[in-house]
Design a protein around this ligand. Structure first.
Ligand SMILES: [Fe+2]
Length: 178
């Protein structure tokens, strides 16, 4: 599963430029987190590779990348937990609400909370060029990149508390796992 996740991610995300650096680093981070926390590595790492494929032009449907990515993955027969993780990655439910896309996101049940938290941690502590960052800096960078008037900027405002809390939960577990 991991080899095909990586090659599928490469096909769709590499043409997007810098985002490919981000995705590779998120996958790398997922390997470490799954190992330290004893999580299902194959599922988490596959979802890390695939979490942003919905940004690819070829997969664009609704324009909301978690749903576009997850619909494609479901259509092409990916493991259902991977599909759910991609759909719900990094508190996408808040952005779905702002976009009037909660119904579309509802096609995908929530994944296992442990894996959902872990993927959020990996994504939200990896910057757009693949650098390790704090969650606070990551959210500030997203907001600066999109602007406060943009739906993604507003998403950061409404999701900030949940995202920070999720990252802290994983950080605490990583500390005690060491
Ligand atoms: Fe994403």
């Amino acid at each position: 599963m991991l080899i095909s996740a990586r090659s599928e991610a490469r096909q769709f995300v590499e043409p997007l430029g810098r985002r490919w650096l981000h995705v590779q680093a998120v996958a790398d981070s997922a390997i470490g987190v799954a190992d330290k926390l004893g999580l299902d590595s194959e599922t988490l790492v596959a979802a890390a590779w695939l979490h942003d494929i919905g940004y690819a032009d070829e997969l664009r449907g609704t324009g909301f990348h978690p749903v576009d990515g997850a619909r494609y993955l479901r259509r092409t027969g990916w493991n259902e937990e991977v599909v759910r993780l991609v759909a719900h990655h990094s508190c996408s439910r808040f952005e779905a609400g702002l976009r009037g896309m909660s119904g579309a996101l509802g096609e995908f049940p929530r994944p296992s909370p442990d894996l959902e938290d872990a993927l959020c941690f990996c994504d939200m502590t990896t910057g757009p060029g693949g650098e390790r960052v704090t969650v606070v800096d990551r959210l500030a960078e997203i907001q600066a990149r999109y602007g406060e008037g943009d739906v993604v900027g507003r998403f950061v405002e409404v999701a900030r508390g949940d995202i920070v809390e999720t990252v802290r939960r994983i950080e605490d577990r990583l500390l005690t796992a060491e």
